[in-house]
Design a protein around this ligand. Structure first.
Ligand code: SF4
Length: 241
């Protein structure tokens, strides 16, 4: 099955850190190498995510039905959101502007209001989390009208809250609504998406390693870029490519 999307949320976030990392993630993801510390963070994140999702006992997990068939997520999500009454979905898929995002938790109320919860195993809100919410909001807010148009159904779907679900004091959870922030970012996100699509369609960017390789995350392509840098040093007149 051919992909009907080019970017994902994680590729967008990668592109904000480094356009070369975005390019590699699109064209050569097998070059990625994650450190044991990063893999442990992923595991801790999944454990926290499960704990949060358990607080939504009626949630339907789309990933259980579709696994890695990512292109099918938006259609099944739309079908489930069109059901009457309250619907809660885990890993709901939305597609717009060649970007696919999966939302951790989507709750549709009977009156058509939609709330989204993005789960982060953290005590505080970081710039990366804000960017994460901004790209999701960009895709979800543009795709909702096509899922349930207000002129066909009595109540069109309306994104009313976009929460970050974080660790709170002790074993508690806390949520912060970033909808206003995301609304203000929409135009900028659209420009970035256009830029990242150009990056993905062009040849590999010539970007040298520097401090940005560890901010905000350790880049998984450091092994590749180090080898490239070593080859450049060894053969300065005959660069890697
Ligand atoms: S290691 Fe650094 S230069 Fe290379 S792709 Fe990652 S962030 Fe970019």
């Amino acid at each position: 099955m051919t992909k009907d999307y080019l970017l994902t949320k994680s590729k967008y976030i990668r592109g904000l850190q480094c356009e070369k990392a975005l390019y590699l993630e699109v064209h050569n993801p097998k070059l990625a190498h994650f450190s044991p510390e990063t893999l442990q963070k992923f595991r801790d994140g999944r454990t926290f995510e499960k704990r949060c999702k358990d607080t939504f006992p009626d949630g339907v997990d789309i990933s259980r039905q579709l696994g890695y068939q990512m292109s099918r997520y938006p259609l099944l999500t739309a079908q489930l959101l069109r059901q009457e009454g309250e619907v809660t979905l885990f890993e709901a898929g939305f597609l717009y502007d060649d970007v696919l995002v999966l939302a951790d938790v989507v709750r549709k109320h009977a009156d058509g209001r939609v709330e989204i919860f993005e789960i982060k195993n953290s005590l505080s809100v970081t710039d990366t989390f804000r960017n994460d919410v901004a790209i999701q909001h960009y895709v979800v807010s543009h795709s909702l009208p096509a899922i349930l148009p207000a002129d066909i159904f009595q109540a069109g779907l309306e994104l009313s809250h976009f929460y970050l679900l974080l660790r709170g004091e002790g074993d508690g959870l806390r949520q912060e609504d970033l909808l206003e922030y995301a609304l203000g970012q929409s135009a900028e996100v659209g420009e970035r998406v256009a830029r990242f699509k150009e990056v993905a369609a062009a040849s590999e960017p010539d970007i040298l390693m520097s401090d940005h390789c560890d901010r905000p995350y350790e880049c998984p392509f450091k092994h590749y870029c180090r080898r490239q840098a070593a080859a450049r040093q060894a053969f300065p007149a005959d660069p890697w490519r």
